[in-house]
Ligand binder design. Sequence first.
Ligand code: FES
Length: 168
Amino acid sequence: MPQESETRTVTAERPGAAGAPGAPAPGNTRRGVLVGAGLAGVAGLAAACGGGDDSSKDEGDGGGSAGSRPGGGNKALGASSEIPVGGGKVFEGEKVVVCQPAQGQFTAFSAICTHRGCTVGSVSGGTINCPCHGSKFKITDGSVANPPATEPLPKKTVTVQGGQITLT
Ligand code: FES
């Protein structure tokens, strides 16, 4: 009988809290339990509603952040005229190397060497060259042209519009 044990608990608290010699009539005790149960139900609903409000606020914040990410992710690198045909340029700050294997054809890769993580230093002779241990990567697809690196440079995405290169 779980209800009986709850009733006894409520009855025991009331006289102590009020300080008055209460009349522990069975009817009063039951009302107390019912009111308490009702309040507990309301409290439960309020908590549920509060949680709903919080989650909706979070969704709003998340939407704002998501909306600002694409704008923050795009980074202007400079003029496409800075990239020589058959060569490329290393953007050290962005850790990106942009190449132009053929007129108007641009490729971009991570500038972090896949051998030990140095930043590649130059682009010449059709390859992206790492100064640390001599690895070379092809400007056409980032694949290894000369070891010790064994993995290609990861590709990056750039757009060229109006003569400006943007890292996306
Ligand atoms: S870190 Fe580039 S060749 Fe070793």
